[in-house]
Write a protein that binds this ligand. Structure first.
Ligand code: AHR
Length: 502
């Protein structure tokens, strides 16, 4: 099968905001406790943080990490996580039916972010609490000193403010499962007033208002329109969340979900334009896709804990999806979609980063390893920074049960900051290789730098503690760059990254 594409150095979509390669860490399951923090672990540093995990996160070069939730944040008292550890209260976490020890709070998380070289993206609780707790949190985190909350931070050992730029106004407030769930008008008003208060500290902060929890919500997309009508002038981003599942074990249908994702982004971008026009506004609002990933492998096994059958355990294994090779393709497709939508999607967070639906897994007291989905995330984050190119791709298509004209070859390309080009390609065909031929206009003088391939004879293959490299990239062969054309053969069911430069 053949596919052709045309790349032109001046035919661009947008500069990519590096924050589309962000991640998310929630106080959920073992994400924090025995994920990033495990004071008795052999690799623990003086702060009790696992250095083996720090190394893997650094390798991913994660630009921003959203924290502390998620559903958790909607009943979280941020003050529980400050001050001497022995004085911090144990709370019942209503979102995940577990106990929260509060051993990790804002100070510990901020120090960890510094160790891994990432920025914080903090969420305030607009579920059980509201404007007052939010403004106190912002004052604690960002005000230099000379006020109650900023001086308390200094007394707690942090002299300089952290100066966090990015703040989420609650989480998934449209969801009836959320503690303090609200309708769109109630939430829109609260978010607008909270934004106003937070901006009084610093008008330059970047604020994210909650969109729908997913595009199947009954209130979608009216929710977006109503919430933005209340908040358009005081926010910068609206959040989107989407999780991907293959319950029916139909790979063709599963890999076609990119169409749903792209339609979702286009629709919310349209709602933003609608509200902008209605308000006769000059200002732009963008998309923060701050939760995305594959999530379904663990759903069955989590049921007992979530229904309270185990009481209130501390840091139990929850949402520990073990990803297979098929999920590599899905995650590659999602990241390609974000690159193609770089003009409207400015932030995106893989949900989550460690243990909980995550690219990194750990064992208590044991090793940390890379799940299969680590790799497409790694390649996009490391080599997908620069300007998204508007490729014209032509190739055969298929129809899934839900979507028509799904291209077998899914391709995205980035004119990178070092002047080269990275091409990310997924072959959705189960049995046929695709001969991809890209006309590289304006890049003729370049040569092939790297070609990495992920493929496997078994789409259900997984990585584990004992077989951490079962699914791993290998150097590809047969890619050529010459005469202004890049040609490469994409094996059936494969993900690849090809870089040219020079
Ligand atoms: O990431 C897991 C959960 O998914 C988050 O807590 C919530 O925001 C979403 O429903």
């Amino acid at each position: 099968m053949k596919a052709t594409a045309t790349a032109h150095r001046d035919f661009t979509i947008s500069t990519i905001d590096n924050r589309i390669y962000g991640a998310f860490l929630e106080h959920l399951g073992r994400a924090i406790y025995s994920g990033i923090y495990e004071p008795n672990h052999p690799t623990a540093n003086a702060d009790g943080m696992r250095e083996d995990v720090i190394d893997l996160v650094r390798e991913l070069d994660v630009p921003v990490v959203r924290y502390p939730g998620g559903n958790f944040v909607s009943a979280y008292n941020w003050e529980d996580g400050i001050g001497p550890r022995q004085d911090r209260p144990v709370r019942l976490d209503l979102a995940w039916h577990t106990s929260e020890s509060n051993e990790v709070g804002i100070h510990e998380f901020a120090d960890w972010c510094q160790s891994v070289g990432t920025e914080m993206m903090l969420a305030v609780n607009l579920g059980s609490r509201g404007l007052d707790a939010a403004r106190n949190f912002v004052e604690y985190v960002n005000h230099p000193g000379g006020s109650y909350w900023s001086d308390l931070r200094r007394a707690n050992g942090r002299e300089e403010p952290w100066n966090v730029r990015l703040w989420c106004l609650g989480n998934e407030m449209d969801g009836p499962w959320q503690i303090g769930h609200k309708n769109a008008a109630e939430y829109g008003r609260l978010a607008a007033e909270t934004a106003k208060a937070i901006r009084a500290f610093d008008p330059g902060l970047e604020l994210v208002v909650c969109g729908s929890s997913h595009s199947g919500m009954p209130t979608y997309p009216d929710w977006e329109a109503t919430v933005l009508e209340h908040t358009y002038d005081v926010v910068d981003y609206i959040s989107l969340h989407m999780y991907f599942a293959n319950h029916e074990k139909n790979t063709g249908n599963y890999l076609a979900l990119t169409s749903k994702l792209e339609t979702y982004i286009d629709t919310v971008a349209g709602v933003i334009q609608f509200v902008k026009a209605k308000r006769r506004s000059k200002k732009d609002v963008y998309i923060s896709f701050d939760e995305w990933n594959v999530w379904y492998h663990s759903s069955q096994q989590d049921r007992a804990i979530l229904q309270g059958g185990d009481g209130w355990p501390h840091a139990p294994g929850l949402l520990e999806d073990i990803y297979n090779f098929e999920d590599v393709l899905q995650v590659g497709l999602i990241l390609n979609a974000f690159i193609r939508k770089a003009d409207v999607v400015k932030i995106a967070c893989i949900a989550q980063l460690v243990n909980v639906i995550a690219p990194i897994m750990t064992e208590r007291g044991g090793p940390a390893w890379r799940q299969t989905i680590y790799y497409p995330y790694y390649f996009a984050s490391r080599f997908g920074r620069g300007t998204a190119l508007d490729l014209a791709v032509d190739c055969p298509t298929y129809d899934s049960d839900q979507f028509s004209n799904v291209k077998y070859a899914d391709v995205a390309a980035v004119h990178t900051e070092d002047g080269g080009v990275s091409v990310f390609a997924v072959n959705r065909h189960p049995t046929e290789a695709i001969e991809l031929d890209v006309d590289m206009l304006g890049f003729d003088h370049m040569s092939l730098l790297d070609h990495q391939v992920l493929t496997h004879s078994d789409i259900n293959a997984v990585n584990s503690k004992d077989r951490p490299d079962e699914v791993a990239p290998r150097a590809g062969s047969g890619a050529r760059m010459g005469g202004g054309r890049l040609t490469v053969s994409l094996p059936p069911y494969s993900y690849q990254m090809i870089r040219i430069g020079g």
